[in-house]
Design a protein around this ligand. Structure first.
Ligand SMILES: Nc1nc2c(ncn2[C@@H]2O[C@H](COP(=O)(O)OP(=O)(O)OP(=O)(O)O)[C@@H](O)[C@H]2O)c(=O)[nH]1
Length: 211
């Protein structure tokens, strides 16, 4: 059967528990939002295909548990990511401060050249804001990352941020893509067979996304 996409990438969502990683993912893939916080156990993933620059990109998005006790498990998934979202909650100064720790984990465990974007989520909660937008921008500048304030609740900048990270990954893999464009059946950047495996948080286990 013909492939429905040209390339397959893996993106990863990292950040403290409760910043809204699962909700960002559910909003992007299913356009849904659930107000309850049910902590992710280990990792989970969802897939979505989008078109960028005329290329059909299948993205496998890994949602990791923010809770400390799952860090040993979640770190095992860093090395297979091509793009990473570092997420904090604009109403939690603490989650913003912890971005330094998440970024240092990425440096340690993710592959060189992994693309990163900083996200300040829950932008709809202006009345509870603890982290000024300028502070997010400043940190993103220091790390050389793009920055978005998002809201999974009001659907602010969700499509934009996922599309941007996908574009960055595509740009980073320009050479393979140029080859891909020249060949009718060029290999994908990642093997589907591997990705259809059902690791932790698979279709058969209870879903941590309740949106
Ligand atoms: N107001 C508002 N609430 C949000 C937003 N995104 C998530 N939430 C809420 O924040 C809480 C935590 O969201 P989750 O997506 O479960 O957080 P998480 O980062 O996946 O948490 P862990 O799985 O524990 O790591 C839930 O009650 C969500 O409804 C948002 O953009 N705005």
């Amino acid at each position: 059967m013909a492939k429905q996409y040209d390339v397959l990438f893996r993106l990863l969502l990292l950040g403290d528990s409760g910043v809204g990683k699962t909700c960002l993912l559910c909003r992007f893939t299913d356009n849904q939002f659930h107000p309850a916080h049910i902590s992710t156990i280990g990792v989970d993933f969802k897939m979505k295909t989008i078109e960028v620059d005329g290329i059909k990109v299948r993205i496998q998005i890994w949602d990791t548990a923010g809770q400390e006790r799952y860090q040993t498990i979640t770190k095992q998934y860093y090395r297979r990511a091509q793009g990473i979202f570092l997420v904090y909650d604009i109403s939690s100064e603490r989650s913003y401060q912890h971005i330094v720790k998440w970024a240092s984990d990425v440096d340690e465990y993710a592959p060189d050249g992994v693309q990163k974007i900083l996200i300040g989520n829950k932008a709809d909660e202006e009345h509870k804001r603890q982290v000024p937008k300028e502070q997010g921008l400043q940190l993103a500048r220091e790390y050389g990352m793009d920055f978005y304030e998002t809201s999974a609740c009001s659907n602010l900048n969700i499509k934009e941020s996922f599309t941007r990270l996908t574009e960055l990954v595509l740009q980073a893999h320009r050479k393979e893509l140029d080859e891909l464009r020249g060949l009718p059946h060029a290999p994908t950047l990642a093997r589907l067979e591997e990705d259809e495996q059902q690791p932790l948080g698979s279709e058969d286990t209870p879903k941590t996304c309740w949106c």
